[in-house]
Ligand binder design. Structure first.
Ligand SMILES: [Zn+2]
Length: 399
């Protein structure tokens, strides 16, 4: 009996929530929701019209890369892969075709596309006082290993390089570990949850048993409620409906995008994409949280790079610039810099010759970044020049 009452209550509550959500979304009058097997979709045309951005759909199985991408939105038929503003990203659900129209799940429009195209409009995005840096692994847990060293040591070194640069920008920094010891994953999350207006940035390096030639960067944030993670092959909604989501997944996605554009914009690594996962540290943090994979220790050339102090300093600096761009969302309410903006900028600023024996001191790093044109002072980036419509106050689509 009690169970029956409880069930009725859940259903009633759910119906109310859905009705409210529909009202808000439809009030915008910009979205034509298409129902397929009980799931909500939006057409690629509708998305392009709403954001006033050209969008394209590549044929099934097409390989898309930054160099060949022409449009801010480039989908692939039957695939979860999409290029958004020049970087790869993975949708929760594949693009489908129905009656000659290409359709994207409503979840993806709300949780993947919107926070990447308009991160400056994500509520509370950029509200940061404390950055919690989480160097992966530690102590008995070495993480990935290569002939040059261990993931735990490289991750700690990068975090140590990031810390003073963020402090110099006026941000408070907490490290989940200061040395070579193991900290339980739930404790790492608790540290972030206890800090005021914090964000959580976990730093890792990758490995794989499957493909020794695998290379590149990737970044993860928590998988939205009811959606599969990027590595999940099973896309059946029934298996997924019980998974909890996060209150801050749009902020986490905005943070992912800000950091990832900076990483790829500063360092020419392979673009594995912005992904979703239910890793413990992402699941247990209640604040915007991302996990960076800064390259593969199982690939010869890449492990060599990761083992170089100067390269790690460059990685640290790129992470800092990404976090700064996220922080600026709360102040400037403007889109952050994109991969193409960074690449154009680094062309303008001649690269410092690398002296392998001398580690770049942190003072040098701060000096270098101060000399480089700052996002705020440069001429408007293409993303800004594109001048996203001012009548852009239509409601964000509600998942
Ligand atoms: Zn790791």
């Amino acid at each position: 009996m009690i169970i029956a009452v409880k069930r009725w209550f859940t259903v009633a509550l759910l119906t109310t929530c859905i009705t409210l959500a529909r009202t808000v979304a439809l009030a915008a009058d910009d979205w034509q929701v298409i129902k397929i097997n009980g799931h909500d979709y939006l057409s690629v045309d509708n998305i392009a019209r709403f954001y006033r951005l050209p969008a394209e759909v590549a044929p099934s199985g097409a390989k898309i890369r930054l160099e060949t991408v022409m449009n801010p939105l480039e989908f692939v038929r039957d695939s979860r892969e999409v290029m958004i503003n020049g970087v790869r990203c993975w949708l929760c659900f594949p693009l489908i075709e129905q009656n000659g129209k290409f359709l994207v799940s409503r979840t993806d429009v709300a949780k993947t596309i919107e926070p990447q195209l308009r991160p400056h409009r994500v509520p509370n995005a950029g509200k940061v006082e404390t950055v919690v840096l989480d160097p992966g692994h530690g102590g008995h847990d070495k993480g990935a290993v290569c002939r040059y060293g261990n993931e735990k040591d490289f991750a700690l070194d990068v975090a140590r390089k990031v810390r003073p640069l963020l402090q110099a920008k006026g941000l408070r920094v907490i490290m989940t570990r200061e040395g070579d010891y193991f900290v339980p994953l739930e404790v790492r999350a608790q540290i972030a949850n206890a800090a005021r207006n914090s964000i959580f940035v976990s730093i890792h390096f990758n490995d794989t048993n499957d493909d020794p030639s695998a290379t590149g960067f990737e970044i993860f944030s928590f998988t939205p409620r009811g959606a599969p993670s990027t590595s999940d092959n099973s896309l059946t909604p029934t298996a997924l409906s019980m998974q909890a989501g996060s209150e801050v997944d749009a902020q986490s996605m905005a943070l992912s995008a800000c950091i990832y554009h900076s990483l790829l914009g500063h360092i020419p690594e392979f673009d594995r994409g912005i992904k979703r996962a239910r890793f413990a540290v992402l699941r247990l943090t209640k604040v915007p949280a991302v996990l960076i994979e800064g390259g593969f220790l199982t690939e010869r050339g890449e492990s060599k790079l990761i083992a170089m102090k100067d390269w790690r300093a460059k990685l640290a600096q790129a992470i800092v610039v990404g976090i700064e761009n996220y922080h600026a969302l709360g102040v400037k309410k403007q889109p952050p810099m994109l991969v193409a903006d960074y690449r154009r900028q680094t062309k303008l600023v001649p690269a410092e010759p690398v002296t392998p024996e001398a580690d770049l001191s942190l003072v040098n790093l701060i000096g270098e970044s101060a000399l480089a044109p700052k996002p705020a002072k440069t001429s408007p980036s293409p993303s800004q020049q594109r001048s996203l419509p001012t009548a852009f106050d239509s409601a964000v689509i509600v998942p």
